[in-house]
Design a protein around this ligand. Structure first.
Ligand code: 13P
Ligand code: SF4
Length: 320
């Protein structure tokens, strides 16, 4: 990974959106954005999606330059799948608490204790963890992929214990050994406040991302990836939804269903903890500077890239 500061002291242009569009055209760049990005970033993206859709888009992109408005592991995944492209991120500090909860050396030791296990890693992990895995999953394909692993093969699932437990329940693979990682955003929701909301809106459906705690998932009317939650909210006839995931997704939900009500599930504390602090590091200003100066490039050594590519390719194959 290389890092160069956006050092220029040139003033910011008045119309950032037009300037970003001009630079994208000039440089033949594609801007990919995750649903947790700020609204104005979602508005100028060439494509918005969940992790699986973004990985597919990145792999298929013909553009020489990919600007990934998301977090680091997503951009790293884009580089692994599309090494010809120059992959940039608006802020190299945009990490992920879940990815950080699985340090490569500790994971190596854990794997060594269970050499017969098939290693399934959630895409929210570093290239060094992907390189130690047999297959990668996202929240949208994890059940489908785990169902394809021979039933006599024990499984390690990393790094998210909540998604892991959800997948174990859905697939009946209770033999799964779970790495004990969690996402700081999805473990923050207050079940007490959600119960109060349900009381005030008895008709509302609770929809949740599988990274949420098991006791919350037990009460959910629907569980899915960001894209799956969006689709469900648009297609289901219910008028009110309590949404237990990062609040950025509400923007597209309201756009697709302007006459429905979307209530963000409240966090335990009186804070904005249902906003991912890493995703929210990205701003229009940083996107403009990164595109203009081609800074914040995501790179990785070839041998690591190739080892991480194998389980990612298997994921794409098994989720067809
Ligand atoms: P999705 O793949 O469902 O978009 O999830 C990404 C993520 O980081 C959830 O916290
Ligand atoms: Fe990581 Fe959680 Fe942020 Fe998703 S919401 S990028 S899992 S810290």
């Amino acid at each position: 990974m290389t890092m160069r500061a956006n050092a220029s002291t040139d003033p910011m242009p008045q119309d950032l959106v037009s300037e970003i569009k001009r630079l994208k055209r000039e440089k033949n760049a594609v801007l990919l954005a995750h649903y947790y990005q700020e609204e104005e970033i979602q508005d100028i993206a060439d494509f918005i999606g969940d992790s699986l859709e973004l990985a597919r888009k990145a792999q298929a992109a013909k553009a020489p330059l990919i600007l990934f408005a998301g977090v680091h592991f997503m951009a790293e995944g884009a580089k692994i799948l599309n090494p010809e492209a120059k992959v940039l991120v608006p802020d190299l500090r945009a990490g992920c608490s879940l990815s950080d909860s699985c340090p490569p050396e500790a994971f190596r030791k854990f794997r060594a204790l269970h050499p017969d296990h098939f290693v399934v890693s959630y895409i929210n992990c570093s290239a060094a963890i992907k390189a130690q895995s047999d297959v990668i999953v996202t929240s949208s394909n994890a059940v489908k992929i785990v169902n394809q692993i021979p039933r006599d093969r024990p499984i390690i699932f990393a790094p998210d214990r909540n998604l892991g437990r959800y997948v174990a329940n859905e697939t009946g693979r209770t033999d799964m050994l779970l790495w004990q990682g969690t996402c700081m955003v999805h473990e923050t929701f207050s079940e007490k406040k959600i119960a109060q909301l349900k009381h005030a809106h008895p008709e509302a459906l609770l929809i949740a991302h599988p990274e949420c705690e098991p006791t919350l998932l037990e009460k959910a009317d629907f569980i899915g990836s960001t894209s799956a939650l969006l689709k469900f909210s648009a297609e289901n006839p219910a008028r009110t939804f309590i949404v237990a995931t990062e609040e950025g997704i509400l923007y597209q939900m309201k756009k697709l269903s302007p006459d429905k009500e979307f209530i963000p599930a409240p966090p335990n504390a009186n804070c904005a903890c249902n906003e991912c602090p890493f995703m929210k590091l990205n701003t229009l200003e940083k996107i403009y500077l990164t595109l203009r100066d081609e800074t914040n490039e995501v790179t990785l050594p070839d041998d690591l890239r190739l080892r991480a590519l194998k389980p990612l390719e298997l994921m794409l194959e098994w989720s067809k």
